[in-house]
Ligand binder design. Sequence first.
Ligand code: NAD
Ligand code: ZN
Length: 354
Amino acid sequence: MIRQSVALRENAYDIYIREGLLGDCGALLRERFGESLPAEAVLITDSNVWARYASPMRDSLARAGIAFKPLVQEAGEGSKSLRNLARLYAAFADLRLRRDGLIIAFGGGVIGDLAGFAAATWMRGVRFVQIPTTLLAQVDSSVGGKTAVNTRAGKNLVGVFYQPALVLTDPALLAGLPAREFRCGMAEVVKYGAIRSKRLFESLRLAPDPAELCAIIGECCAIKAGIVERDAFDTGERMLLNFGHSFGHAIEALGGFHRHNHGEAVAMGMTLAAEAGERLGLTARGSANALREVLAAQGLETDCPYAPAALLPRMDLDKKNSDGAVRLVLLAAPGEAFVRSLDRAALREAMGGV
Ligand SMILES: NC(=O)c1ccc[n+]([C@@H]2O[C@H](COP(=O)([O-])OP(=O)(O)OC[C@H]3O[C@@H](n4cnc5c(N)ncnc54)[C@H](O)[C@@H]3O)[C@@H](O)[C@H]2O)c1
Ligand SMILES: [Zn+2]
């Protein structure tokens, strides 16, 4: 089993990663929380995950003597809403959930973000465990403590940093994940390689063998943990995790948020960012091509269907300096990233002259 710690002083926690871990998650919860486990835990999941994994989860928790109440949400981004959050609070009240209770998020990033926000805010904070079930959640959203719900004004606008007490990751759960969702997670895996690990990046020139998934997820979590430890509240280094995302968010928006999923947009966005860096002479020549090859090996499209003039106004380069410069994550070469402030003119030039 891989054990990755996230060393955040009083908010420190461990990530356990092992093929088949679901069967032992009750025992691992018992080991971590001992006698402080509540009489009844609250398990928040979605309809797809519960349809597949209710039975092994029930068995695993029952074997460890852990009673729980499942709160099953409709699958999909729509569940990350204020309305749904209010429903959860009502359920917590009915269940008399107290601060010494336990909320288990069992699902993808939608469930992790929703349950995490509910846990952070109910009675100012209830213990919270992540059991991520998508590749995106296993390498990204379950680690680092960002929680949020969506509002009409935009995605993730209402949120808070709230770290889980434990993350339990079973790569075997990915076997039934739709191929498109798996690719979406692989885009984030490529991102970790691109910003921090040339070795991981190069290893992604072939689609991963299922037997390698544990090690790959472990490496991504180690990279994210290190960055989060140094910048828990996203004011500096954590920005590197946004590589490809400024362009990616513009691509998602131009596709009306349904044509491209997040990972598909980030794959194109990373390619655009590498091309921009090469144009500016800040990124080693050949980096964009290397990215294209690696992303293609993971089944991801790299050609952006939108012109730079359409992308530019949609880019969330809102972290502006007082002089109007924008900050963009660029690659020095695959395996190494940095943040560069560019004024509008430089950004236009970087995008090939808009
Ligand atoms: N908190 C963070 O740091 C962070 C980071 C990145 C993304 N996010 C958020 O994560 C969300 C996206 O997460 P996601 O991509 O996991 O989407 P998701 O949670 O909607 O899951 C994708 C789909 O896969 C299904 N599914 C989940 N696990 C499955 C399994 N094991 N087998 C079969 N089907 C399964 C789900 O029911 C859903 O239909 C977004 O809301 C995004 O804002 C948060
Ligand atoms: Zn992302």
